[in-house]
Design a binder for this molecule. Structure first.
Ligand code: S3P
Length: 180
């Protein structure tokens, strides 16, 4: 049993792009939770928010987490809100997953997200402030959920290689220690 590697972190922190590269490096299956939800729903995340509100999306997200958590040997990119819900964190840990928090500074996220047209929570006039507020609220929760904190400001392939190196024999990347 290898357990899953779950990537968590703020919108724009690179969960999907790093996760895809990491899965390739470790020869694992990759699952993007938002994409999984979209495929099951037959709707985009934006359409789900529009039709069912954020609460509807969170129900679908919890269901998706419950479905993928028991799997083994995958790299899973969670959504930016997934691990804010303790039940989801519990499910991942019960399934033997290691949760990694991709830590990116606020200013870098604001820059990366400034032209985003896809994320429902960011389609607001005062986007920079909304990002700053959510970032302050969420960072402590990402840190609390994570088994390890990864400095993720570098390009995706650099971060993916750094994480992959933790999974080399003898590097002891299994859960334990809030290390950066
Ligand atoms: C959300 C992040 C999104 C997506 C949804 C809600 C959030 O995922 O799940 O729009 O609450 O931060 P990404 O972090 O992949 O953008």
């Amino acid at each position: 049993m290898q357990g899953n590697i779950v990537l968590c972190g703020f919108m724009g922190s690179g969960k999907t792009s790093i996760g895809r590269r990491l899965a390739r490096l470790l020869d694992r299956e990759f699952i993007d939770l938002d994409q999984y939800i979209e495929e099951k729903a037959g709707m985009t995340v934006s359409q789900i928010f529009e039709k069912e509100g954020e609460a509807g999306f969170r129900r679908r997200e919890a269901q998706a987490a419950a479905e993928v958590a028991p799997g083994d040997g995958r790299v899973i990119a969670s959504g930016g809100g997934t691990v804010l819900y303790p039940k989801n964190v519990e499910l991942f840990h019960q399934g033997g997953s290691v949760i990694l928090y991709l830590d990116v500074p606020l200013a870098a996220l604001q820059e990366r997200l400034k032209n985003d047209k896809r994320r429902p929570l960011l389609q607001v006039p005062d986007r920079r402030q909304v990002i700053a507020r959510l970032y302050r609220q969420r960072c402590p929760l990402y840190r609390a959920a994570a088994d390890r904190i990864i400095d993720a400001g570098a390009p995706a392939i650099v971060v993916a290689k750094r994480i992959a190196a933790l999974w080399q024999p003898g590097q002891g990347a299994a859960p334990g220690g809030k290390m950066s």
